[in-house]
Design a protein around this ligand. Structure first.
Ligand SMILES: [Zn+2]
Length: 89
């Protein structure tokens, strides 16, 4: 299992942290519907602040690493609609 702190740093360089208002239901990045925690299952955006995740990593390193890894994988798999289309076709 990858280290939560290393994943935290990686997620930060990928720009995955984007705290959203609690009432926000759509992703600020891709406009897909957010899940109950404010995270985006489509592009991997994490709707909480880096500080909050870092605090969580202290009490639950394994669980936090899992959340971060999932977000990073989602962002890697995510293709922004209409931006890279010309490169693909
Ligand atoms: Zn999104």
């Amino acid at each position: 299992m990858a280290d939560a702190q290393a994943l935290l740093a990686e997620a930060k360089t990928m720009g995955l942290f984007k705290p959203q208002a609690p009432f926000e239901v759509h992703c600020a990045n891709c406009h897909a519907r957010l899940d109950g925690r404010g995270d985006c299952a489509t592009c991997g955006l994490i709707g909480r602040s880096e500080a909050e995740i870092a605090k969580r990593a202290q009490v639950d390193p394994a669980g936090t690493a899992k959340v971060l890894q999932a977000a990073i994988d989602r962002r890697r798999a995510y293709k922004p609609a209409g931006r890279e289309r010309s490169a693909e076709r």
